[in-house]
Design a protein around this ligand. Structure first.
Ligand code: ATR
Length: 292
């Protein structure tokens, strides 16, 4: 008889019945999702794992189709596969179709794939938590950028009842395409007119890469933005961007971008592991420990 003690572990060992999910991307090594889901798995004592799945574009369809064959409960999909995922899944929800991208896949009991997009949900839940006095109906929203994140946020704001969305983008074709694809009370502004787009706005969101560590600064005069307007940057590295610091200084309520990442993960976790997880200050700290 051995009296070797089991090592002190932060959670249960995997069993033959473990539920498995992961994040598919290329590259995927920078993703914080394994740490985020891993924290919840440990917190809730779940017999499961969430792993990084590095998959190149050429192999993406085959990899997705392999999920049910390997017994996966599902997966998150990240850059650069979110648009491709919408084409591969067997069913998609209306948000995913309007956004044009899938970030969460659930394997159904018959092995088919359900695709959804929780980025807009994550955005709204983050604002609800960080700026409880704000509501989409409060007034026009200004979105800087017209990429995938801007699309998800625009759909969520429209569904929430925002009266007007002003899309400000360097490449106006992309902003016009977004407005055409999604449809709604959009106004498109050129990048040079970004300061004038802020008049009487109730929300300003930066979805561009400007202000991110290693990227150029976001240069934006906030003078015309009402001080009641909520300012949100989906960049979370650094956590307090220059935009948020400038907005805070003039008295605007500010919400950082980390919460969007944390909240968008909730629906997938609940579907794969059967527990509705909670975003807590401890989780924020834990995920930030690796934030560069
Ligand atoms: P995501 O899909 O994650 O939202 P993306 O598609 O790469 O990311 O979009 C990045 C956004 O940052 C775009 O709106 C981009 O503007 P363009 O559509 O003109 O490319 C914006 N962006 C990046 N660098 C920029 C810069 N130097 N000045 C202004 N906008 C910039």
């Amino acid at each position: 008889m051995s009296n070797v003690q089991a090592p002190a572990l932060g959670g249960p060992m995997l069993s033959g019945r473990s539920r498995i999910a992961g994040v598919i991307g290329w590259p995927v090594s920078h993703s914080r999702s394994p740490r985020l889901h891993g924290y919840w798995l440990r917190t809730y004592g779940i017999d499961g794992a969430y792993i990084p799945l590095p998959v190149k574009a050429e192999q993406f369809t085959a990899a997705l189709r392999a999920l049910p064959l390997l017994g996966f409960a599902g997966a998150n999909v990240t850059v650069p596969h979110k648009e491709a995922a919408l084409k591969v899944v067997d069913r998609s929800d209306s948000a995913a179709r309007r956004i044009g991208a899938v970030n969460t896949i659930v394997v159904a009991p018959d092995g088919t794939l359900d695709g959804s997009n929780s980025d807009g949900f994550g955005f709204m839940e983050n604002l609800r938590a960080g700026a409880p006095a704000w509501s989409p109906q409060a007034g026009p929203a200004v979105i800087l950028g017209a990429g995938g994140a801007a699309r998800a946020i625009a759909v969520a704001l429209l569904d929430g009842g925002v009266p007007e969305i002003r899309i400000v983008n360097r490449t106006s074709d992309r902003a016009n395409q977004l407005s055409k694809d999604i449809g709604g009370p959009f106004r498109v502004y050129g990048w040079a007119d970004r300061a004038s787009a802020l008049g009487d706005a109730a929300l300003l969101v930066n979805t561009t890469t400007l202000g991110m560590s290693g990227q150029p600064a976001l240069e934006l005069a906030l003078d015309r933005l009402p001080t009641m307007a909520v300012v949100n940057d989906i960049v979370y590295s650094p956590l307090e961007t220059m935009l948020l610091a400038a907005a805070r200084t003039r008295g605007n309520p500010v919400v950082d971008g980390l919460g969007m990442l944390l909240h968008q993960a909730r629906p997938g976790f609940a579907a794969w592991f059967g527990v509705a997880p909670v975003v807590t200050p401890e989780l924020r700290r834990f995920v930030l420990e690796t934030a560069g």
